[in-house]
Design a protein. Structure first.
Length: 112
């Protein structure tokens, strides 16, 4: 019989934070696309909030936009109105530790 070893490790509990904020993200006009929020959270992410052009941006109230479980935004059909400056703020049971920097979302179509 082989001996067994068990390891008990406790992970630190830290507020959710953004680990990377690209200055620009590109979305394809007329197609689907994702604006990513790169998050680290322990315990896991509960939700993320977004602003666009310094105003609250609630995907639940915007047609064809969805908040993904990882905190990123999914655009089902990209239009020019999605161009702007976005910022995400992640939350978990420990709160929030850091929001993203402002990220310019550029919509590209034919001829761009």
């Amino acid at each position: 019989m082989q001996p067994t070893v068990s390891v008990n490790q406790t992970l630190p509990m830290l507020p959710a934070r953004v680990t990377y904020s690209p200055a620009r993200q590109y979305l394809p006009l007329g197609m689907s696309g994702i604006v990513r929020c790169y998050i680290q959270a322990s315990p896991q992410l509960q939700f993320a909030t977004w602003t666009k052009d310094h105003r609250m941006f609630d995907p639940a109230t915007i047609p064809n936009v969805e908040l993904l479980a990882n905190g990123s935004l999914y655009f089902h059909k990209v239009s020019q109105e999605h161009h702007g400056f976005y910022r995400c703020t992640p939350y978990n049971l420990q709160g929030t530790g850091q929001s993203s920097n402002s990220m310019e979302v550029i919509v590209r179509g034919r001829g761009d």
